[in-house]
Design a protein around this ligand. Structure first.
Ligand code: PMP
Length: 458
């Protein structure tokens, strides 16, 4: 369809009237409309209605791992839709795409995580993980093991269970009642003031204290993102997850890894926890599994949990989504994973991650306000600090990170800010197919954007 400006004005008006946007300001939408209406995607680029190209520095929602515009995925989707668009996977029914994908995931996942329950996305995967571990304890005769420990600044989604698992107060404040039996442990991140690696490691001991004070017999699981995404690209200290694994084992608590962002190559390995050689008992995945071409997610459980469920879970498992194992979703995911492997996109993410790191370090050297640079593969961030030696923050009312994001957008780069607890964090997570030249373009835009904001600060 040919796009015209009057067409854009019409769309923006219709958008205001009829479209309530997710995780967006309702009032800002009414004031400014949706200034960017995208029409096409190719590689790391998105094109808007006016024909302007933007670098999708966030892989949209950290999900378009393979990059935009891959015809192979469209073709597989069409083929599957023509053949079998949908059939149920409830009681006694199955189909080949879901079976093949479950097998492929078992091959890819670490340890003995060999069994998948499919969902439409990450929130459903996390809700399902929580319900499944509670079910597991219940049928084994330990119904009091129901509390789930998550972490502050953790993000696990927005359905009722996953909102409750999320440790970002803004997501709780949006509504009134939360689901019961969630506890929030500190995360290895210190907002302000000087700290050491040891100080960060205390966050693991806080999990132990929490288990002990609540009573281990009441704790079903500990749940964490290997690298916290929406909370601000929080990379744990080297020994953190090893310690967490030991603590979980010591108290018989199940460890759920939320690999929704970190899965499928984002960090330069297939799954994020592989960086620390730690294997969870349960793993949730979504986003990169299908690179966002179709909605899909899954919970993976290990063989022991599966065995126990086979032994103790009597009758129907009363948990299942209409779209658990959607044939089109599964067929696209299989092709997406095949392309990620064939094109060595995970290796590329690791290699380009080093380029990204060099670029972020360059920004840190050049700009007085840039500090706390970090990245693992193509999941990176820098922070804007009033005094980076003392790790002090700008006044939140200055909205420094928001200004940098706007300056980037003016220069056709889409990135995201994280401003919880007064932080000014800029996150970057481009598609895994990115090239060295494209990384350079991103760093050059960051450079100009930070310069523009710095002149207003001093
Ligand atoms: N877990 C993590 C770590 C996420 O980043 C997200 C989404 N950003 C979710 C869960 C929720 O996934 P979805 O939006 O697909 O429900």
């Amino acid at each position: 369809m040919e796009q015209t400006l009057s067409n854009k004005a019409e769309l923006i008006e219709l958008d205001k009237k009829h479209f309530l946007h997710p995780t967006s300001s309702i009032q800002a939408q009414q004031k400014t409309g949706a200034p960017l209406v995208f029409t096409e995607g190719n590689g790391i680029y998105l094109k808007d209605m006016e024909g302007d190209m933007y670098i999708d520095g966030m892989s949209s929602l950290w999900n378009v791992n393979i990059g935009h515009g891959r015809k192979e995925l469209a073709e597989v989707a069409a083929e599957q839709m023509n053949k079998l668009a949908f059939s149920s996977t409830f009681s006694g029914f199955s189909h080949e795409p879901a079976i093949r994908l479950a097998k492929k995931l078992a091959d890819l996942a670490p340890g003995n995580l060999n069994v998948s329950f499919f969902t439409s996305g990450g929130s459903e995967a996390n809700d399902s993980a929580i319900k499944l571990v509670r079910h597991y304890w219940k049928v084994k005769g330990f119904p009091e093991r129901k509390k789930v420990i998550t972490r502050k600044r953790g993000y696990h989604g927005v359905s009722m269970g996953s909102t409750s698992a999320t440790g970002i107060p803004e997501f709780h404040a949006m509504t009134t009642s939360l689901a019961p039996d969630f506890l929030y442990a500190p995360t290895p991140y210190i907002v302000e003031g000087e700290f050491t690696e040891e100080d960060l490691m205390k966050a693991a001991q806080e999990v132990r204290k929490m288990i002990e004070s609540e009573g281990p017999e009441t704790i079903a699981a500990f749940m964490a993102e290997p690298i916290q995404g929406a909370g601000g690209i929080i990379v744990p200290p080297e020994k953190y997850f090893e310690e967490i694994r030991n603590i979980c084992d010591e108290y018989g608590v199940l460890f759920i890894a939320d690999e929704v962002i970190t899965g499928f190559g984002r960090t330069g390995k297939m799954f994020g926890l592989e960086h620390w050689d730690v294997v969870p008992d349960v793993m949730t995945i979504a986003k990169g599994i299908s690179s966002g071409y179709v909605p899909l997610g899954a919970v993976m459980i290990n063989d022991e949990i599966h065995r126990e469920l086979i032994k103790y879970s009597k009758g129907t498992l009363f948990h299942g989504f209409t779209y658990s194992g959607h044939p089109v979703g599964c067929a696209v995911a299989l092709k997406n994973i095949e392309l990620i492997e064939e094109e060595r996109l995970i290796e590329n993410a690791a290699e380009m991650g080093q380029e990204l790191e060099k670029g972020l370090k360059y920004l840190e050297e050049k700009h007085w306000s840039v500090g706390r640079v970090r990245n693992v593969g193509l999941l990176g961030a820098f922070e804007l600090l009033a005094d980076r030696d003392k790790n002090t923050r700008f006044d939140a009312t200055q909205g420094v990170a928001g200004k940098v994001v706007q300056e980037c957008l003016k220069r056709n780069l889409i990135v995201r800010s994280v401003t919880y607890e007064g932080t000014d964090i800029i996150a970057i997570a481009p598609p895994l197919s990115i090239t060295k030249e494209e990384i350079k373009d991103i760093i050059s835009i960051f450079d100009d954007a930070v310069s523009a904001v710095e002149t207003t600060l001093k």
